[in-house]
Ligand binder design. Sequence first.
Ligand code: RIB
Ligand code: CA
Length: 326
Amino acid sequence: MSHSTDSRPFFLDCDTGIDDALALVYLLGAGTNLVGIGSVSGNTSAAQGASNTQALLALAGRTDIPVAVGGHDPLEGSYHGGTTHVHGHNGIGDVQLPEITGTPEAMSAAELLVTMARKYPGELRVIAIGPLTNIAAALRLEPNLPALIAELTIMGGAAIAPGNITAVAEANIHGDPLAAAEVFAANWEIVLVPLDVTMHHVLEEDDRLRLLASEHPALSAVGDMLGYYFDFYIGVFGRPCSAMHDPLAAAIAIGRVEALSAPYARVIVDATDGPGRGQTICDMRGLYKGYPKPAGATCRVVLIAQECAMDEIMHSTLALATNISA
Ligand code: RIB
Ligand code: CA
């Protein structure tokens, strides 16, 4: 069990996926007080993502953390079926993890999120690293949710950078634009960690090999999964590596990596069926006057994060193997 001085309660909502898997073992290595995990369809189905998450938790000796299965389909329409060319058929690079013995919670991910928000009113922090279906469903379930949540960190979107699903849409937002539109329209403190910053924090092959060589089964499994992810990113960066979307969002959420530029901006999501579907329309017109905080804006858009982010992610992730928090 990792020991950490940070007792703040965190809820993780994920579509475990390969970078989600690294974000999870990073949070465990950092000794984060994870009080619940929800799965959502994105990289793989919500059911498969929950199974992947539970299998990793079992390898890390953390089956004490409740996992609930979330929305299979987006708020409107049907699940697109996953991104097998990026995350494999099972969501984790087709790596086979030991069969899980435990079952997910009977309640849904949205219900688990609301339950934990009511248990830790005003304290719970949420890290959302998949489509926002469960977050929106929780809002519909408990309209007072924003008052119960201290901060919502979202990996998703693109402010000035191009998208990765379409020219303007990033995968998590594109996975459920209506849910994202409802989440960004609610009145809570959001930290958006978009492609503008995550594409500049890359895990290299030598770091992947350090994970692969780890004695800890969860770390070596993630190192194996990353091999699949690296193959995809050869087409993006021209070398075996991968952007650390979800781990970077997690590191910023727990305060281990500082956002050096994170101006407040109004963000709306295009949920129409036009060419802009899934776009996070971030009003960055403050660029030319030092980004003054727009009246009523509650979303900070992270544009620059500390260069040392990857060192922190590796350091805390590897700390899982020494069973102490970093
Ligand atoms: O666009 C990157 C995001 O989409 C990451 O969360 C990745 O896991 C996928 O879900
Ligand atoms: Ca993800």
